[in-house]
Ligand binder design. Structure first.
Ligand SMILES: [Mn+2]
Length: 217
């Protein structure tokens, strides 16, 4: 469950690690020669991507690098205490967005998932000063074909078997000889490719199928 990342990071901080790098199970490296620790500087303690689009910004905790400090330990405690967010739209990410006072900066279509209080809050500048927004290549989530520069591809918001198929496709991109060795897998490869490069299309198909099912029932 998404919330468990808070516990994992806390446990590793407890063990004395200076930094913890979290990556969701539905995200993967597609380029293996880049080191995210190169992004670390003295001014920032929290590193993540905020996706820009649809008239707003959406911070994403699927790829999350955090320095072990008194403030970040306190933040994790505060996030974990947000029992009102247990089933929130994005679980701990919702709590984190509210912690930064960024609910009102999200694209409008997400506002209905946040309380009036959260939307009225202003950005917490002292907290935001410790956050470094990484280049989107560290958490590439949109449905378009990932640009060559992408380091981490993230398949959030898809059905589980679509996420797996898309990730299998990317895994085989790293080992390009796969399809030559196993030509029988070609059709599955094409299916995985379509999901990996056009995730929006599959969400639409799912929605259309869902609507049809509702009509029939
Ligand atoms: Mn994810």
């Amino acid at each position: 469950m998404s919330w468990s990342k808070v516990l994992v990071i806390q446990a590793l901080f407890q063990e004395g690690y200076d930094f913890v790098f979290w990556i969701d199970a539905d995200a993967m490296f597609v380029q293996l020669d880049q080191d995210i620790s190169d992004q670390i500087d003295d001014q920032h303690d929290i590193y993540l991507v905020s996706h820009d689009g649809e008239g707003g910004q959406t911070p994403n905790c699927g790829v999350w690098l955090i320095r072990n400090t008194r403030e970040t330990r306190h933040m994790l405690k505060e996030l974990w205490a947000r029992e009102d967010c247990i089933n929130a739209l994005w679980w701990e990410q919702t709590a984190f967005i509210e912690y930064l006072g960024l609910a009102s900066e999200l694209p409008k279509r997400f506002h209905r998932f946040f309380s009036r209080k959260a939307l009225a809050a202003t950005p917490q500048q002292d907290r935001l000063n410790k956050v470094k927004w990484l280049d989107p290549k560290w958490n590439y989530m949109t449905s378009r074909i990932a640009p060559k520069s992408t380091v981490i591809r993230h398949y959030g918001g898809l059905g589980m078997h679509h996420r797996i198929a898309a990730m299998i496709y990317n895994m085989r991109l790293i080992d390009k000889s796969y399809y030559l060795k196993k030509p029988g897998k070609l059709f599955y490869g094409i299916y995985c490719f379509l999901i990996s490069t056009n995730t929006r299309l599959f969400i639409r198909i799912k929605i259309i199928m869902g609507l049809k099912r509702n009509k029939n029932s």
